[in-house]
Design a protein. Structure first.
Length: 446
């Protein structure tokens, strides 16, 4: 099984959230780039962090700074005491039942997480009630902020004739703690973190259950596995993607690159050589990335029996343009189209990740050879399964749309609220909720 990265971003980026609910909302305590930098610089210079440090490890020679840089598997929750805990007034009565603190998101591998796991989902009320409590409860404020800027609101607008105020009156919200790696016993044993997951029961939408994931975010342990992070740039953090891929290949048995002899070989297989910008035929096995995207209606460069020789030359993909007869306007005219924007961005991403080969259906399947085309379609499941990484252009509606964060900026919202100087909560909807309203999800093959 290959890894998957979903590249999407079509809404305005946002850090500090205010609720437009008609009532005055107190400004939440939030993290800033400057405060994050102060934490980093203090660790580097050895200065003592005073009220900002939530951890104290008594009777040990290791400092909190050293502990935060150790491997997460050696981080023992029992060795630490939380100095700074949220005030009870930070959360409303309904949200207080989750007993949220920085420590509640940390789980030592092998530890069963006590009361937090295995409990049934607890109701915190209807969404319209959360809006009413958002001026005094950090979690209610965060949840309603994410709703206003997320896919559930768009689904309500798209699928209902009722007003938004009437719609949110029928949405029930419930939540529970879940293991970051999954519910199975072996996943619980390896996990070092928990999530708080909230479900929106919205019967008036096509997908009745929408999932919001709450993660801890802390400048004291900024790289703790499965914690949230502040997005400081509109472009993709390539070093982070590389670390995900390395983690996947080292520790996920199902995600290892499939080259076993028990799988049938491809009878015809070409890929894009991103270093030479041309098509190459592969006889054996190789590492490659795959692109999944929406073709759209605009013409794009495709591999055919007529241009395969030209596209196989060095630089052929960048120099070759195919003529297409345009029927727009009062006069017919010839238009020339080269490699599509999404493919160019995927080629750049592949190269920037240190990989050489990329598979794209339009450019790697001979479109006018029915025998080869049929064979490639039969092999489609293997092609995606054997890919080291599959890039999904989820926000595009056609091949001319870019991959956000590669050569063009992402415009995505980020939702988080500060709880204390060293602890905050971030929220994001499940990727499936974003895909449900996309053009990509309407394709016959995804």
């Amino acid at each position: 099984m290959s890894s998957t990265i979903i590249v999407a971003g079509d809404s305005e980026r946002q850090r500090n959230i205010r609720i437009a609910s008609g009532s005055q909302v107190t400004q939440p305590r939030t993290f800033t780039s400057a405060s994050l930098q102060r934490h980093h610089s203090s660790r580097k210079t050895g200065q003592q962090l005073k009220t900002s440090i939530p951890w104290e490890r008594p009777h040990t020679e290791h400092s909190p700074q050293c502990a935060s840089q150790q491997n997460h598997q050696s981080f023992n929750q029992a060795d630490y005491q939380l100095k700074e805990s949220p005030n009870r007034s930070t959360f409303c009565e309904q949200c207080s039942q989750f007993r949220i603190s920085l420590a509640s998101f940390i789980k030592h591998p092998g530890y069963d997480a006590g009361y937090r796991l295995g409990r049934p989902a607890a109701s915190i009320g209807k969404l319209i009630e959360l809006r009413g409590r958002s001026n005094r409860c950090i979690l209610c404020r965060l949840i309603f902020s994410a709703f206003l800027g997320g896919p559930l609101k768009n689904a309500l607008i798209r699928e209902n004739r009722a007003s938004l105020s009437e719609s949110i009156g029928g949405i029930q919200v419930s939540g529970t703690w879940v293991n970051a790696l999954g519910p199975k016993d072996e996943q619980c044993l390896r996990s070092s973190a928990l999530f708080l997951v909230l479900w929106f029961n919205a019967p008036m939408t096509e997908s009745t259950d929408h999932k919001l994931v709450i993660r801890a975010i802390s400048p004291v342990i900024p790289r703790y596995p499965h914690f949230g992070r502040l997005v400081e740039t509109p472009f993709i953090d390539l070093s982070l993607v590389k670390s995900w891929l390395k983690q996947c290949e080292r520790h996920h048995g199902r995600c290892n690159f499939v080259t076993g002899s028990d799988t049938r070989p491809f009878r015809f297989f070409t890929v894009i050589d991103v270093e030479k910008s041309c098509i190459v035929e592969i006889a054996g096995s190789c590492r490659y990335l795959a692109l999944s995207y929406v073709w759209g209606r605009r013409p794009q460069l495709k591999l055919t029996t007529n241009n395969i020789k030209e596209l196989s030359r060095n630089g052929g993909l960048l120099s070759q343009k195919e003529p297409h007869l345009s029927n727009g306007g009062p006069h017919l005219r010839w238009e020339y189209h080269g490699v599509s924007r999404v493919v160019l961005d995927a080629m750049k991403l592949t190269k920037d990740l240190g990989e050489r080969y990329l598979w794209v259906d339009a450019n790697c399947i001979i479109q006018d050879n029915l025998r080869i085309k049929r064979q490639c379609i039969e092999d489609m499941d293997l092609i995606y399964m054997r890919a080291v990484l599959t890039i999904i252009a989820a926000s595009g509606s056609g091949s001319d749309d870019p991959l956000p964060g590669i050569t063009s900026e992402r415009h995505s919202k980020q939702f988080f609220n500060g709880v204390s100087q060293s602890f905050g909560l971030s929220a994001h909807f499940d990727y499936k909720d974003h895909l449900n309203g996309s053009v990509y999800s309407q394709r016959a093959w995804t």
